[in-house]
Write a protein that binds this ligand. Structure first.
Ligand code: 5AD
Ligand code: FES
Length: 346
């Protein structure tokens, strides 16, 4: 059977051509469990049963960009904007550390109010007080800024390329360039960051071939961490009339990436949990090994709305910690100890 041959090849070589990836992504529903089984086995063999938690602090909801799908886009007059002060961010990180987090993710819109020097102060401030790894997710900056931030102690960087279809990229990201985004990702890798990237599933006009190319681009960029989420239509954006992406197709992308990049870190994303109450659990069963709970106060959580219906906005950080620990245990897995650096071989 063609499907099993492709799965065996993926299992043995971790390499597939675009046609094979398309075949996996379009497997009929009766057989898709085979894809998930292989992905789960590879996950177990390469990264084990531990699920690592990352405490996410969304520290600013301002953004200078205007991405068509995103609630933080600058043209969204309904968005509620806030910026946390340096002291507030450091304090949040400390409280996340105190409830057990060993990675802090600092995320914001592309907000140049924070200069590289300010962010460096925040990173140093956190590292002085807490024994944590720090991930930045603050968008496109200059190489010298990435360098300052690395030297200040940042360990990892997350920035999805969102779609590898350049024409679609240009349509959805006015005044931005696909080339610059890819160039930033390569610079980050060169500077020694653990690199996280990924894409959205179910964007308008996106095809299965586009998704197969997205998967191959993640591999080509040699990412250490791979974030894949379904597009969720936001009523305050130009894409308000387009349907949401599919949970199933997102899970297939996760499974294929686990087969092709066996030792990477792959989160069960919040967007998946928003679209399907069992979304994160399902992702853990087909390749995912990370969860990124939001550790901000409820006041800020409700103001950081990339898409509607985001889960957990009424839960405080310790509640979410307990909840995700239960999710992990319910899947027969355990909470990872330590920083949970990527095991991805260079
Ligand atoms: N639906 C799903 N994910 C979204 N993101 C932004 N807007 C949406 C949306 N409407 C994702 C982007 C970005 C990440 C932080 O959130 O992929 O990289
Ligand atoms: Fe926040 Fe479940 S992860 S309540």
């Amino acid at each position: 059977m063609q499907l099993e041959n492709i799965l065996k090849k993926a299992y043995e070589t971790h390499n597939l051509n675009i046609d094979e990836v398309v075949t996996l992504l379009t497997t009929d529903d009766q057989n898709v469990h085979l894809l998930y089984q292989y992905a789960d086995k590879v996950r177990e063999e390469y990264v084990g049963d531990e699920v690592f938690l990352r405490g996410l602090i969304e520290f600013s909801s301002y953004c200078k960009n205007d991405c068509y799908y995103c609630g933080l886009r600058k043209s969204n007059r309904n968005a509620q904007r806030y910026r946390m002060s340096k002291a507030e961010i450091i304090e949040r990180a400390e409280s996340a550390y105190n409830v057990g987090y060993r990675t802090i993710v600092l995320q914001s819109g592309d907000d140049f109010y924070y200069k590289a020097e300010d962010l460096a102060d925040i990173i140093k401030g956190i590292k002085e007080k807490c024994d944590v790894a720090i991930t930045l997710s603050i968008g496109e900056r200059e190489e010298w800024e990435y360098k300052i931030l690395k030297e200040a102690g940042a360990d990892r960087y997350l920035m999805r390329f969102e779609t590898s279809n350049k024409i679609l990229y240009q349509k959805l990201h006015p005044n931005m360039s696909f080339e610059n985004r890819i160039s930033c990702l390569k610079i980050l890798k060169k500077l020694g960051y653990e690199l996280g990237t990924g894409f959205l599933v179910g964007l308008p006009e996106q095809t299965i071939e586009d998704l197969a190319n997205d998967i191959l681009l993640v591999k080509q960029l040699d990412a250490d961490m791979i974030g894949i989420g379904p597009f969720i239509s936001n009523p305050d954006t130009p894409l308000k009339d387009f349907p949401n992406g599919s949970t199933e197709l997102t899970l297939r992308c996760i499974a294929v990436l686990r087969l092709l990049m066996p030792d990477t870190n792959i989160p069960a994303t919040t967007a998946l949990g928003t679209l399907d109450p069992q979304g994160r659990q399902k992702a853990l069963r087909c390749g995912a090994n990370i969860i990124m709970p939001n550790v901000n106060s409820i006041e800020y959580k409700e103001k950081y709305q990339l898409y509607p219906g985001k889960i957990c906005i009424n839960e405080d950080a310790s509640h979410c910690r307990g909840c995700v620990e239960n999710i992990i245990k319910s899947q027969g897995r355990r909470v990872g100890q330590g920083y949970g650096h990527s095991r991805h071989k260079k």
